[in-house]
Design a protein around this ligand. Structure first.
Ligand code: NAD
Length: 299
């Protein structure tokens, strides 16, 4: 493996993951369309360049953490993309893109003899900072084994198979459950508060009882009860994941009744509260309908 490691996309997730590689002593070559994000990495000692191709000219291993499947495809195989780089041997996609797009990107990269590994992650910005993400990897095992020591810096690794897209499917079903928990917990807590219960007590009871879930344990205490709405995952990305999940479920003949309703609810959050809102702001829809706000009475 060449000395330098490539990293493309230094946003909410990419910045802390790349930061952990720097902290572990690796030399990084990074790029992002956001120049402010690049400046932060220059301060950490990373080499900043202006295209994915330049990253792939310098590095055998190139990571990406990008918002949408179209952007990943452009960065991987578009003009001045990773596929035109002279050193790159493997492209490791930490983004959530869905299995269909992953298969397409893997096939395009194979034309340039570049291996593709899916490595979508779960655990949010906090997990990315702490290096405790769940990382769901699929693709050629030999390339996975080369990248394993690097990937270990960002979380717990689950190698789920050789086939392109398997890691993505794993990630989409995880996010379907995360989205469902947040939607259902928002409705439940709003109902309880409308009836006169204290939201902090409601969350304490749920977390001690059988209703506990990732929204009651994490999102409500950290970003909804304090009304900071700063969990670090946008509604646009949550809605993207649900659309990808429903499309892929339909394509393989898996029925999704609850999932379809959850996707529709997120479509409403996307149009009514906005794509750039934090996904914890979903609670504001049932709040509006009920005419109350979920504000903790005690700390
Ligand atoms: P983000 O929007 O915060 O970061 C994306 C970064 O990519 C930004 O810095 C942006 O400037 C950069 N970028 C966009 N287009 C580019 C291009 N053409 N070339 C180079 N850089 C470009 O998104 P995020 O929240 O960090 O999410 C990244 C991926 O990880 C997404 O696929 C998301 O679904 C997934 N994910 C996010 C979370 C989370 O909690 N935020 C958790 C798990 C997985």
């Amino acid at each position: 493996m060449s000395e330098e490691i490539g990293f493309i996309g230094l946003g909410n997730m990419g910045a802390p993951m790349a930061g952990r590689l720097v902290a572990a002593g690796h030399k990084l070559v990074v790029t992002d369309v956001n120049t402010a994000a690049l400046k932060e990495f220059a301060k950490l000692g990373a080499r900043t360049v202006s295209s994915p191709r330049e990253v792939a000219d310098a590095c055998e291993t190139v990571f990406a953490s990008l918002p949408t499947p179209n952007i990943v495809e452009k960065v991987a195989a578009g003009e001045n993309g990773v596929s035109s780089g002279s050193s790159v041997k493997r492209f490791i996609d930490l983004s959530t893109t869905g299995a269909t797009s992953s298969e397409r990107i893997a096939a395009k990269l194979a034309e340039s003899k570049i291996a593709h590994l899916d490595a979508p992650v779960s655990g949010g910005k906090a997990g990315a900072k702490a290096g405790t993400l769940a990382v769901m990897i699929s693709g050629p095992r030999d390339h996975y084994e080369v990248a394993e020591p690097l990937l270990k810096n960002i979380g717990k690794l689950f190698y789920v198979g050789e086939k392109a897209g398997l890691g993505q499917t794993m990630k989409l079903v995880n996010n379907l459950l995360s989205a469902t928990a947040l939607a259902a917990t928002s409705e439940a807590v709003v109902m309880a508060v409308k009836a006169g219960l204290d939201p902090a007590t409601v969350i304490d009871v749920i977390n001690t009882g059988s209703g506990r879930n990732s929204a009651s344990q994490d999102k409500f205490p950290k970003a909804i009860l304090p009304r900071t709405f700063d969990y670090g995952f946008t509604t646009a990305l949550m809605y993207k994941d649900l659309k990808l999940c429903m499309e892929e479920a339909e394509a393989i003949g898996a029925q999704m009744w609850v999932g379809s309703a959850v996707k529709q609810l997120w479509q409403l959050v996307h149009s009514q509260i906005g794509p750039d809102s934090d996904f914890t702001q979903i609670v504001q829809l049932p709040e509006r309908w009920a005419g109350i706000e979920v504000v903790a009475k005690k700390t």
